[in-house]
Design a binder for this molecule. Structure first.
Ligand SMILES: [Zn+2]
Length: 88
C-alpha cells in the first residue's frame, strides 16, 4: 500500500480531504479544502495535530472508512488517524 487520498465526511457530505499513508496505515494530520489542494501538498511536511477536541467525522479511503474527530479551526485530524486501535 502507498499513499492515497482520503475524504472526511459529516452526515455523508465531504467536508475535507487528507493524505492517507497506507505504508504505515495512518492518516496524515492536515485537512485540505479540496482534492487539488491535497495534491499540491502531496507528501510534504505537515503540522502535528492540535490539542482541540474536534468534532466527529468519518474518514474514508478507497478501501476503508472509520470514525474519528477533526478540528476545522486548525485544519487537522485530531483522533482516528489510525484505522486500528487508538491514537498514541
Ligand atoms: Zn484545533
Amino acid at each position: 500500500m502507498s499513499h492515497q487520498p482520503g475524504t472526511l465526511r459529516i452526515a455523508g457530505e465531504i467536508v475535507g480531504w487528507f493524505e492517507y499513508n497506507g505504508t504505515v496505515d495512518i492518516a496524515r494530520s492536515q485537512i485540505f479544502p479540496d482534492e487539488a489542494a491535497l495534491v499540491a501538498w502531496w507528501r510534504k511536511e505537515q503540522p502535528l495535530p492540535c490539542d482541540c477536541p474536534g468534532e466527529p467525522v468519518e474518514l474514508s479511503t478507497e478501501t476503508a472508512s472509520w470514525d474519528g474527530r477533526a478540528c476545522f479551526a486548525h485544519a487537522c485530524v485530531v483522533e482516528g488517524r489510525r484505522t486500528w486501535g487508538h491514537d498514541e
